[in-house]
Design a protein around this ligand. Structure first.
Ligand SMILES: [Zn+2]
Length: 551
């Protein structure tokens, strides 16, 4: 995602959000009540949409596998009717194999009595019939051009507002949408288009099937008058632009930038996971939302000026990390957002050169240091709060990205990209935790990385460096001090650039930070003109004054 009003991405928006949320927030572990022994394999959602009402009617076929015996009750997430009865979903029937089951709606849960408990290894097809007006999750309204549109917007846990699901990223499933809507509209959804049929009464049925397991927060539909163009193929998957029909020309022009990040990530990380990629102009609340194979971009992403390269690079990176390899717990959101943030820098590096990447990394580093002043107790992996308000933060985005950048230096370019590929290959279509990623990187690099992850991913903060340098009698002396208030002393490589001739490239030496105060000496046979720290932008640190001493 690019963050709210730019969802799940811009630094500026996140920095603004950080100010509003100032102060350490109480943190808890992921509070989602998991159900042991239950694993949804596939959903088929039959939905009927109409003009003249925001109400929907639906039938969900849910293929549930039982991984343990003795399960008597299945709890699905589904928003119940609101107290005034105006919004929410009302269930009318639950069946399995044609036989009715006992069920009850309690708040945002649908509790289904399974009768005789299934044996381990069994699976059952349950059908839930329901109807109502979504309070959230499915946006029904008009777009900025005044045309009627319907857009799913599920992140992080709003699928339950219109779809009965196990609404948590740990339970991924295949998904089919069978959407009946007025024939003036086109429908886009995850997966492959498998049917379009004209129905009576000016309606059309459109079916999409996604056979690759995806998270519920990516199970969405977009229904509108679209202009649709295929801009190319990557690894056999068509790359399509879906923009409002009223914005066809500027939309098509802007959305053509999607091809190059698709090509880069396919090459550097591994084959694209899905049947197609649709880049869709939408009403998402976020700047962009990375729904699997159907990315929804804010409608203002269409400017006609091609201004949104980073947005496309970010959302498309999520198709690999976040969508195909999904964090199994909200605490590990950086496995999605930090990766998309860093791959956007990598995209800029490969497309425009290292200087462009460095400008982005420095902007991110400044944001991280500012955010730390108001959130000194939060690390990259921080327990999600109950409302999931803290999962999208400078830590999960920018600091997660910086952790990957420093890991790249730690293991080297070759092992880093090999490791990303191996991690993707191993967890493709599934879930992972931070420890899974660490173990893959350790295997590929041959290095123990426990201490690295402990310091940069699980510990709040970064070194605050101050110091000075002096030169006399052929010896350069560099004194450095870590002045951060916490008790943590950071261990990291630091490059020192020694300039003897301003017209020539500096000599770069690498020292190892590892104590509160350290002194390093270098033999230099010419007068030293200047000394700078971290000339190649590899260290996340709050660089304070570093001056020439004496003289
Ligand atoms: Zn994102």
């Amino acid at each position: 995602m690019f963050s709210p009003a730019s969802h799940r991405w811009t630094s500026a928006a996140l920095a603004a959000a950080a100010l509003v949320l100032a102060g350490p927030s109480p943190s808890r572990a992921d509070s989602y009540p998991r159900q042991p022994g239950v694993d949804v394999r596939a959903y088929t959602f039959h939905l009927e949409l109409q003009d003249g009402t925001s109400a929907i009617s639906g039938e969900a076929d849910i293929d549930v596998a039982f991984t343990a015996g003795g399960v008597r009750q299945l709890a699905l997430d589904l928003a119940g009717p609101s107290p005034d009865g105006k919004t929410g979903m009302t269930v009318s029937q639950v069946t399995s194999g044609g036989a009715p089951l006992h069920w009850a709606q309690e708040g945002n849960r649908l509790l289904i009595d399974l009768g005789a408990p299934p044996a381990a290894g069994d699976h059952r097809l349950m059908t839930v019939r329901y109807a109502g007006t979504p309070a959230d999750g499915l946006i029904v309204g008009t777009n900025r051009d005044g045309d009627r549109v319907f857009f799913g917007d599920n992140f992080p846990d709003r699928a339950r507002q219109w779809l009965p699901t196990i609404d948590h990223p740990h339970d991924k499933a295949a998904c089919e949408f069978d959407v009946t809507a007025p024939e003036a509209y086109q429908v886009v959804a995850p997966g492959a288009l498998v049917e379009t049929s004209s129905l009576s009464g000016g309606r059309r049925l459109t079916r999409y099937r996604e056979d690759v397991p995806i998270t519920t927060y990516c199970m969405v539909i977009g229904v509108a008058r679209f202009a649709v163009e295929t801009i190319g193929q990557v690894g056999g998957a068509p790359v399509q632009s879906w923009v409002y029909a009223s914005e066809r020309d500027p939309g098509f022009a802007d959305f053509r930038v999607a091809l190059s990040p698709m090509q880069l990530y396919s090459w550097k990380i591994g084959p694209y996971a899905y049947e197609k990629l649709a880049n869709v102009q939408s009403k998402t609340r976020y700047g962009g939302m990375e729904n699997s194979s159907a990315i929804f971009y804010a409608e203002r992403a269409v400017t006609g000026k091609g201004l949104n390269r980073n947005l496309f690079a970010h959302e498309i990176a999520h198709q690999w990390f976040g969508d195909s390899v999904t964090e199994s717990d909200w605490d590990d959101t950086w496995l999605s957002e930090g990766f998309a943030t860093y791959l956007t820098h990598v995209y800029n590096e490969f497309t425009f050169g290292r200087d462009t990447m460095v400008r982005g990394l420095r902007r991110d580093r400044d944001a991280i240091i500012r955010y730390f002043t108001t959130h000194p107790h939060d690390a990259v992996v921080t327990p999600a709060d109950a409302a999931l308000d803290n999962i999208l933060s400078i830590n999960s985005y920018q600091k997660g990205g910086w952790a990957l950048h420093m890991l790249r230096r730690q293991v080297g370019d070759e092992a880093f990209f090999k490791g990303l590929s191996a991690y993707y290959a191993r967890f493709r279509g599934g879930n992972a935790r931070t420890g899974d990623f660490r173990r893959v990187m350790e295997e590929v690099s041959g290095q123990g990385l426990q201490a690295f992850f402990e310091q940069w991913v699980y510990t709040p903060g970064q070194p605050a460096l101050r110091g000075d340098w002096s030169y006399a009698d052929g010896v350069l002396t560099v004194r450095l001090e870590q002045v951060q208030a916490e008790h943590v002393v950071f261990t990291a490589p630091l490059d020192v650039a020694i300039v003897t001739d301003p017209a020539a490239a500096p000599r770069v030496e690498t020292v190892r930070l590892g104590a509160r105060t350290q002194t390093f000496t270098f033999h230099v046979d010419r007068d030293v003109h200047d000394v700078t720290l971290d000339p190649n932008t590899w260290l996340l640190a709050d660089f304070g004054p570093f001056v020439r001493r004496g003289r």
